[in-house]
Design a protein around this ligand. Structure first.
Ligand code: HEC
Ligand code: HEC
Length: 304
């Protein structure tokens, strides 16, 4: 048997070698990238302020055990489920327990999970965790948040594996997804009004309002051209409302009251997942609710 370059076998080997190189380049380009080692240089963390960041970012809504009540010392044992067209995800234990939670992770590892979707072993995390929002957060807020997380109780609850089928369960493929949909750019332009700017930060960098209120494409990326204009409910039933001035005619003070008490101007109370969100927005300083309302009122009205 000869093995010259003209032999069919040799050609196949070259094609396979090329494919391996291409895959290697692809995996290199889309490799998980943690936050810079210098992210927290010169930053002094304050766990007290971290409690406000934690409320604004809504971490408790996903990481407390199912059915738990709001608390000053939330136990982040995990276990809640999130249905999506790709399968069901389960929130992990992020309590301060060193074995079951994230108590033994470094600050950089925790920040890389929250802001880059990179897990402790350098793997890509699923965007059911809204790091796509938190990527815009300020280092000071993240340092404060991590200090606060470390002050919360430990829970010895094991993580539940996600129920997601092939090919969506292949974490490596998330690198390609991130290239398409993951970036630090704000969706709406900067404003001269500091209240609107604070609202933009709260909504686009911490509050992940867009993760629910914006429609997604087939690959699960949010459609930035239809920002906050409503979406089908990923859990299956009903829709999540448009909260731009296109549909939402409430005054700024109506929105502020809703985010504080959960009551609409018609005295209905917020239902579904929004009731969980209000458990967080009700804990914010009043100026922050005003900032969110100012931001929503300043959103552009579309043609159609
Ligand atoms: C909408 C629900 C949701 C919200 C809100 C949320 N998370 Fe998560 N989080 C998840 C899910 C789901 C995962 C699992 C991702 C995976 O396995 O790839 C996760 C993973 C994590 C991880 C990695 C844990 C591990 O063991 O790999 C950390 C750390 C984390 N979240 C912290 C936070 C913090 C801090 C906040 C608030 C700033 C937050 N999360 C908000 C759903 C959420
Ligand atoms: C986990 C999904 C989810 C997130 C995150 C979320 N919302 Fe909602 N929101 C909903 C749902 C569902 C409703 C409908 C509630 C109902 O039917 O009573 C709603 C309703 C609303 C309404 C009332 C609209 C109306 O016409 O009745 C406002 C205002 C609103 N959300 C603002 C926000 C803001 C601001 C944020 C971010 C801080 C946010 N939402 C985050 C799911 C979400």
């Amino acid at each position: 048997m000869t093995n010259g370059s003209g032999h069919p076998m040799g050609r196949w080997l070259r094609i396979i070698a090329l494919l391996l190189v291409a895959t290697g380049v692809g995996l290199w380009v889309t490799r998980p990238q943690p936050v810079d080692a210098t992210l927290f240089d010169g930053v002094i963390a304050d766990a007290g302020r971290g409690a406000t960041v934690f409320a604004a970012a809504g971490c408790a809504s996903c990481h407390t055990a199912p059915q738990s009540e709001p608390s000053e010392q939330p136990v982040l044992a995990g276990g809640r489920s999130f249905a999506s067209p790709f399968g069901t995800f389960f929130a992990p234990n992020i309590s301060s327990d060193p074995d079951f939670g994230i108590g033994s992770w470094t600050d950089r590892q925790i920040a890389s999970a929250i802001m880059r979707g990179v897990g402790r072993n350098g793997e890509h995390l699923f965007p059911a965790f809204p790091y796509t929002t938190y990527v815009r957060a300020e280092p000071q807020d993240m340092a404060d948040l991590i200090a606060y997380l470390r002050s919360l109780p430990a829970a010895q609850t094991p993580n539940r594996p996600h129920d997601v089928g092939f090919p969506f369960n292949v974490r490596l493929s998330l690198g390609g997804w991130k290239m398409l949909f993951f970036n630090q750019r704000y969706v709406t332009p900067a404003s001269d009004d500091p209240l609107v700017m604070r609202g933009r930060y709260l909504v686009e960098a911490l509050g992940h309002c867009g993760e629910c209120h914006t429609a997604r494409n087939l690959l699960g990326g949010t459609d930035r051209s239809a920002w906050l204009r409503g979406a089908p409910n990923p859990a299956g039933q009903g829709t999540i409302p448009d909260i731009t001035p296109n549909r939402l005619t409430w005054s700024a003070s109506d929105i502020v009251a809703y985010l504080e008490t959960g009551f609409t101007p018609e005295f209905d109370s917020a239902g579904g997942e929004m009731a969980e969100v209000i458990k967080n927005t009700s804990r914010l300083p009043a100026e922050d609710r005003q900032a969110i309302a100012a931001y929503l009122k300043a959103l552009p009205v579309s043609e159609n």
